[in-house]
Design a protein. Sequence first.
Length: 368
Amino acid sequence: MVCDDIILNIKSVFGHAKRTHWENKSKGDQKMIKVGIIGAGRIGRVHITSITTRVPDAVIKTVADPFLNDETAAWAKSMGVEHTTKDYKEIINDPEISAVLICSSTDTHSPISVEAIKAGKHVFCEKPIDHDIAKIKEVIDALEGTNLKYQVGFNRRFDHNFESLQQAVAAGKVGKPEIIKITSRDPEPPSIDYVKVSGGMFLDMTIHDFDMVRYLAGCDATEVYVQSANLVDPAIGEAGDVDTAVITLQMENGAIAVIDNCRRASYGYDQRAEVFGSEGMAAISNDSQSSTVISNAEGVTGEKPMFFFLERYMDAYGKEVAAFIDAIVNDKETPLNVYDGLKPVLMGLAAKKSSEEHRPVKISEIME
């Protein structure tokens, strides 16, 4: 989808974006957090929009992107961003900026995280922190002994449906969780160029589902077993990845979790979940533009799920950044810390190993 279409999707969900960002926020407020955003691609634009329209305690001072062009710079300025640059170190070295959002390519997440932490800045990092466990541990080491806030961008935890499901399970409404089911299917596969640098489906797409399993179960996984295939696009297989999988996980609390993934769902963005427990069951279904169901002589029909993930999760993106800023302003823990970023990567690496070796893989094997 081209940039203009992305912006239209953003505005259709948030409403017309404020163009007087600095005018609408009190610069004299002692709690106002000045933010720098590194990466002005699709997710960077989402966070620029969400902070502008949803986060009253933060203001964006600088946006940095090595590929910054005139169109992106003009768009950022129209959103009230004071300064744009191609050099992210301007953000790292700016004493006025106290929080950094890392929305750049995955290979930059951990090194920029370490740089920002060493510069004394709070960090919001898009998932994953890294594909390399050793590099994630470098981020953990950098945080040691500081009071800096670090949050990982698993936005689905802030979705109204998944949040409601987790609250019901945590409140004991279904008893002890025994079976957790997650369906996660994209409307269409990514480009092959993206597949080659994404780390593979388990570390790019399924990583959200691994986080969701932990969120719903309230504990970690101990073992992962995968059955996978290439059923959508042979080119994905040629690039060394899979596009369809069923993943079974053994959880610490004894529950069994099942995730089914596919890179293609012709009817839209398919995101459902169910938790079956000793005293009941709770489930969520897809969001659509409306809940209208038409019943007539031709049959019973309803609307398809939303097609684009920005439509489905735009509100969640706003809520997760608001939670990050709230943690800074009120000096409390972020809802997803660096360890919440590490554990889904361990699960993803175990899934990849299971897929390749056709056997169950314990998480402890990946940690060795």
